[in-house]
Write a protein that binds this ligand. Structure first.
Ligand code: ADP
Ligand code: MG
Length: 628
């Protein structure tokens, strides 16, 4: 048997880098600025532990575009490289100096915020440049070096006369990448990736207005001065301690994150752990609308203050992707596919930590200022309900603070609600019936009928509430939800078995035949004769709870019930104990009987909001004829 070593020729590595290293070419700038930041933070660390005997000062990173010369410069004042270091760190592809630094300084450097990791970032420059130069001078007392490479594996190294400490990277932008010679494009990238990086980044200058000198005349223009245009905030709120921040600081950071967003956040959650993983961040609850999709992808993910993505799928539980804010963690493995991410142990822990923190925050808001919590309920309920549906751990906690508002503006927790209604709303089978409406106006007459009986009616109008009711019914004992228009109120909460009907069986048969003769084929109503109180409505249109709820769940649950499109189904309940119904039965003239039935059916439809179009016009005309 023969063994050997496959010879990987590096001659062809540059075209490969260009094509496959990163799908997004624009990230080269993020990589170069990350290296410049690392170089600066390393120097900071070395001066702080006394290993570098130089003045750290106030280093900045500068980005310069030379459109004529087709060059882009990234200049830092960090620790620089000696010739030996250039050979070691740059010429060896996939050797990470960042990783080496972290290993060497272990504990002391663990909080230094070093970004680099894989030893590939630098080479992303070749995605947009056909020649790259490095001019660098180490903080150590050694001559400066000039490295240059034209994209083939051949490079040159020579001495340079650079005097100041630090590194300048010069990209000779390739013809297919001239967009990166446009100021606005570079500004856009800096804003996207570098807005919160820890070292100040200068891009051009700006004009600052100074105060007018003493004794200046009204018409004298205020003096101005050219200053560095620093594009980033090196100390964003999430890197600070919660104790050092006021409510206003959180709000102004929100505006910094979302300059185009004009609403104020309702409240924030400051995340801060370092064991068993590192994570900081601030999440905000914005005012949410009932549209679930438009609000996603607002949370930004950072690693050591470098923007990575605004797709936090897999890292943040789905129901929290409606929130806004930032998460910063060096522990999220981003070089792997999303499906792997969801199986990663550290990521799972991060996700459940975030869920727990959100639940704890909501719980303390509820306990500490219930009135305020109630006033915000409508804007936050969708997240909480969604969370209760999708995460059992969250359900357990949220069950104690989730609120159920009534049509009269009271708010109950589930437990309070049970206590409040158990006397009055328990049916003959000992089941607690929770009545609700989804629209106070449209269901007014049904709500009124329930309130006449002294029942509490909840107002539940969020788009996923039917799923939550389903979950509550299965996870709690002997309760059921019923919308006020699901059945006549006495049937919704049936306290006795039967009511006596005034009509005989033959009379009922005849009534049914009369009704069907008038609107038989034209209706999609199932006629149901019921003996009810004589003061209940004579005709009531109802929509059975089960079918309606399934239909709603299907609309909001992405077809998870596989029922196709279900038709609308209504019952027409006829109260056989009502005077008008007797009158219909006993009317001799066919014409009058027909008119009574049509009018009654239309009134029932009107009350359910179903009378529209030509039917409504016809009804109005007929009603005028009757009153004149
Ligand atoms: P990584 O950052 O993951 O270590 P890179 O390919 O981005 O890998 O960079 C390789 C190495 O080159 C760095 O670790 C660092 O030692 C060196 N380097 C790159 N840019 C600079 C710079 N601006 N100043 C000093 N050293 C640098
Ligand atoms: Mg790097």
């Amino acid at each position: 048997m023969a063994t050997g070593k496959i010879n990987v020729s590096v001659d062809n590595i540059f075209p490969l880098i260009k094509k496959f290293l990163y799908s997004d070419h624009e990230i080269f700038l993020r990589e170069l600025i990350s290296n410049a930041t690392d170089a600066t933070l390393k120097l900071k660390h070395l001066t702080s532990i006394g290993e570098a005997k130089v003045e750290y000062g106030n280093p900045i990173i500068e980005i310069k575009v030379d459109k004529e010369g087709k060059k882009l410069h990234v200049i830092d004042q960090g620790l620089g490289m000696t010739e030996e270091e250039v050979k070691k760190y740059i010429n060896e592809v996939a050797f990470s100096g960042a990783e080496e630094f972290l290993n060497k300084y272990e504990d002391s450097a663990k909080d230094a915020g070093i970004i680099g990791h894989f030893g590939l970032g630098f080479y992303s420059a070749f995605m947009v440049a056909d020649k790259v130069e490095i001019i660098t001078k180490s903080f150590k007392d050694e001559p400066a070096v000039h490295w240059s490479c034209d994209g083939s594996p051949n490079f040159t190294i020579e001495a340079s006369d650079k005097k100041e400490r630090g590194t300048e990277i010069i990209l000779h932008i390739a013809d297919d990448s001239t967009e990166f010679l446009e100021d606005h494009r570079i500004s856009e990238l800096l804003r996207k990736y570098n807005k919160f990086m820890p070292v100040p980044i200068k891009f051009g200058t700006k004009t600052e207005t100074l105060p007018k000198p003493e004794g200046a005349k009204e018409e004298d223009p205020a003096p101005t001065k050219e200053v560095d245009n620093i594009i980033n905030n090196p100390n964003p709120a999430w890197t600070k301690q919660p104790a050092d921040l006021k409510d206003e600081d959180y709000k102004s950071f929100y505006r910094e994150l979302y300059p185009m967003q004009f609403d104020e956040p309702l409240f924030h959650i400051h995340l801060n752990v370092d064991y068993p993983f590192n994570l900081t961040g601030i999440l905000y609850f914005p005012k949410l609308t009932n549209d679930l999709n438009i609000q996603k992808d607002k949370i930004q993910l950072y690693q050591n203050q470098v923007f990575v993505t605004d797709n936090v799928e897999g890292i943040v539980p789905e129901f929290l992707t409606m929130l806004r804010g930032v998460i910063d963690s060096p522990d999220i493995p981003l070089n792997v596919s999303r499906s792997y991410l969801q199986a990663d142990g550290a990521v799972k822990k991060i996700s459940s930590y975030i869920t727990r923190k959100v639940a704890d925050k909501l719980s303390s808001l509820f306990k500490n200022n219930r009135k305020d919590f109630e006033s915000k309920w409508n804007d936050i309920k969708i997240v909480i309900e969604y969370g209760m549906l999708s995460e059992d751990k969250f359900f357990e906690k949220a069950d104690k603070f989730a609120l159920y508002p009534t049509v009269d503006g009271e708010f109950y927790t589930f437990e309070e609600l049970q206590d409040k209604i158990k006397e009055n709303q328990t049916d003959k089978d000992d089941k607690l019936v929770i009545l609700y409406a989804s629209d106070k106006e449209a269901q007014h007459s049904y709500i009124a009928a329930a309130k006449d009986k002294g029942y509490e009616v909840l107002l539940l109008d969020s788009p996923i509430i039917s799923h939550l009711m389903q979950k509550l019914e299965t996870s709690k004992e002997k309760i059921s939800f019923a919308r006020v228009d699901a059945d006549p109120i006495d049937k919704l909460i049936q306290k006795e078995d039967t009511q006596i009907s005034k009509l005989s069986d033959e009379e009922k048969e005849k009534l049914k035949a009369d009704l069907e003769a008038v609107f038989g084929e034209k209706s999609n109503y199932t006629v149901q004769l019921e003996a009810m109180d004589s003061d209940a409505s004579p005709f009531i249109i109802t929509e059975p709870e089960f079918m309606r709820r399934m239909k709603e769940m299907q609309q909001t649950g992405g077809g998870m019930f596989g029922m196709g499109n279900m038709p609308e189904m209504y019952n027409l309940i006829v109260n056989t104990n009502h005077e008008l119904v007797s009158e219909i039965l006993n009317t001799k003239t066919a014409k009058k009987k027909e008119r009574l039935i049509n009018q009654s059916l239309d009134l029932a439809k009107l009350s359910k909001g179903l009378l529209k179009g030509a039917e409504l016009t016809e009804f109005i005309k007929r009603s005028y004829d009757m009153v004149k």
